[in-house]
Write a protein that binds this ligand. Structure first.
Ligand code: NAG
Length: 291
């Protein structure tokens, strides 16, 4: 390595010193409410850079995996294949579409390294670039897999990440803001994740609470300096009803928080839970000019 072969770190240091801020996108979760409109409608708003289809909430430990898209469609009877065209439509707009596995309700775990390998193969063949006679979202090829692991065993997710990354797909993760995340900490430490949308809600010690941004900003600094990941997103509820705590009024986010966190080269944007609440509340419309 010669002295001048890596100028980028110096550029980052220089830009940070002069107060540069980075531009980001909005990632949205879609799929858990039948009244949130179609995937195409979500993508047509022009507000989102990433869509996580939620959730594959049953997998691993020898179980037959199950996709759950609430009132949108019924995977076993094949009615979710209508979203294949929507997925391609979103991708044609440059939006990355991932399948989110896990979620707050479900039955999932990885019992061994072999189990992780078999789940990775299933995901590749069923939702990604592989082939299967049973593809609940049709022939659309998703861009990657998002890990929203919130229950069950904490084991073997680092192996699933490695097997999936070997297929060359994007990896996303939605850890809770306390570091390390109980379920995803080990997987995140592999450094294989492209997008980490940290849930800065339902966790007062590292989230916005009572008008105070200190805990959130301190936690953001820890995430962006200690966790190896491509880009870090500020994960937020799109409405007060969308989470138990942590909702940030749009004007507080745009005037006090985004100007601070956008100074990190790791900043990827804002993640919102969920399309349903964003549609009700218009949150993405209120913040997009500042993201
Ligand atoms: C905000 O929270 C921090 C950390 O808990 C605390 O030290 C500080 O006093 C709080 N600020 C206000 C104005 O309450």
């Amino acid at each position: 390595m010669t002295k001048n072969s890596h100028p980028l770190p110096l550029i980052f240091i220089f830009l940070t010193l002069i107060g540069t801020s980075y531009a980001g996108g909005i990632a949205i979760y879609w799929g858990q409410n039948g009244n949130e409109g179609t995937l195409s409608e979500a993508c047509a708003t022009g507000k989102y850079s990433h869509v996580n289809i939620a959730f594959l909430n049953k997998f691993g430990n020898g179980q037959t995996p199950e996709l759950n898209l609430a009132g949108h469609c019924d995977p076993p009877s094949g009615t979710c294949t209508k979203f294949s065209a929507d997925i391609k439509d979103c991708q044609s707009k440059g939006i990355k579409v991932l399948l989110s596995i896990g979620g707050g309700v479900g039955s999932y775990s990885l019992s061994s390294v072999e189990d992780a390998r078999s789940v990775s193969k299933f995901l590749w063949n069923t939702f990604l670039g592989g082939k299967s006679s049973s593809r609940p979202l049709g022939d659309a090829v998703l861009d990657g897999i998002d890990f929203d692991i919130e229950l069950g065993s904490t084991q073997n997710y680092e192996h699933l990440a490695r097997f999936l990354k070997n297929y060359g797909v994007y990896l996303g993760a939605a850890p809770q803001c306390p570091i390390p995340d109980k379920f995803l900490g080990t997987a995140l430490n592999t450094g294989l994740f492209d997008f980490v949308w940290v849930q800065f809600y339902n966790n007062p010690p590292c989230a916005y609470a009572n008008g105070n941004i200190t805990n959130l900003v301190n936690s953001w600094k820890r995430w962006t300096t200690t966790v190896p990941a491509g880009k870090i997103f500020l994960g937020l509820p799109a409405a007060t009803e969308a989470a138990g705590s942590g909702f940030i009024p749009a004007n507080v986010l745009t005037s006090q928080i985004l100007p601070v966190i956008k100074k990190s080269p790791k900043y990827g944007g804002v993640m919102l839970w969920s399309r349903f609440y964003d549609l009700q509340n218009g949150y993405s419309t209120s913040i997009i000019g500042s993201v």
